[in-house]
Design a protein around this ligand. Structure first.
Ligand SMILES: [Zn+2]
Length: 262
């Protein structure tokens, strides 16, 4: 089961409960790390030391900027799971892809996401890693050692076990090359990172126009449409989107010249 941490700043953090304890998806700031810890105790009645798995949807600062602090609270053997491409970023073999549509797509989402900021530490990112700007896209060290990190290697597969309960990884490049979705087929829940955003409770979610590759976004979304049924989308920014049918069919794709999931 997925829980959206209600106040965790600019980007959303999700806590997933399962037979294997707890997993956390994305911790975007040092303030978010504190909020997730408090949420697990106060709202779930669980121990933050039960978190052994930290899943990351993509290597952008607003989704990784509090992981080092969160590791101080989590189980001593907790691991951070990234797409294998992040290894190339960290070892300086490649840089984050440049992003498109800063004004028309990043701007409005950032403006609305800023409405989720409750305290200064929600804007405190613990390193410069993951900032997709020229000059900053190269290596910037993470505040934890490589032995805390695992890299997903799907062995050429697009979809594989995430290592936690019934959750799968679905590789969905587009927003960034290392973008991942996490999917629970039994509960039909999809944590989608920044592939889709949903900044308004009344909205149905929309395909994110802030991306490295438009073709990638469209192809990844089509892959989801063809292969999974989703009751609830948990986006990287904004509110979860729910539907009794396949919620993907209602996602706003007009900016991509499409009409919904069709
Ligand atoms: Zn984001």
């Amino acid at each position: 089961m997925v829980y959206a941490v209600p106040t965790c700043g600019f980007s959303r953090t999700y806590v997933i409960t399962g037979d294997a304890g707890l997993a956390v998806v994305d911790v975007g700031s040092t303030g978010a790390a504190d909020d997730v810890k408090a949420f697990i105790k106060r709202d779930l009645g669980s121990d933050v030391k039960d978190v052994r798995t930290i899943l990351v949807t993509h290597f952008h600062f607003d989704h990784i900027g509090g992981i080092g602090r969160f590791l101080l609270f989590a189980a001593d053997d907790a691991k951070v799971f990234f797409h294998r491409r992040v290894k190339d970023y960290l070892e300086g073999r490649s840089a984050l892809s440049p992003m498109k549509n800063w004004c028309t797509a990043f701007g409005p989402t950032a403006w609305k996401s800023a409405g989720y900021v409750r305290k200064l530490s929600h804007l405190h990112f613990e390193s410069l890693a993951g900032i997709p700007l020229p000059g900053l896209r190269k290596l910037s060290p993470l505040p934890y050692s490589m032995d805390r990190i695992e890299f997903f290697d799907g062995d050429g597969a697009r979809r594989y076990w995430a290592g936690f309960d019934g959750w799968e990884v679905i590789e969905t490049p587009g927003h960034t090359e290392d973008s991942l979705c996490f999917y629970d087929g039994e509960a039909e829940e999809l944590v989608c990172g920044d592939l889709m955003v949903n900044m308004d409770k009344r909205e149905k979610g929309r395909l994110n126009s802030f991306y490295a590759s438009k073709e990638g976004v469209v192809e990844s979304f089509d892959y989801l449409l063809r292969n999974v049924k989703v009751k609830t989308i948990y986006p990287g920014h904004g509110e979860p989107v729910q539907s009794e049918g396949n919620v993907l069919l209602g996602v706003d794709t007009l900016a991509f010249g499409r009409d919904g999931g069709r």
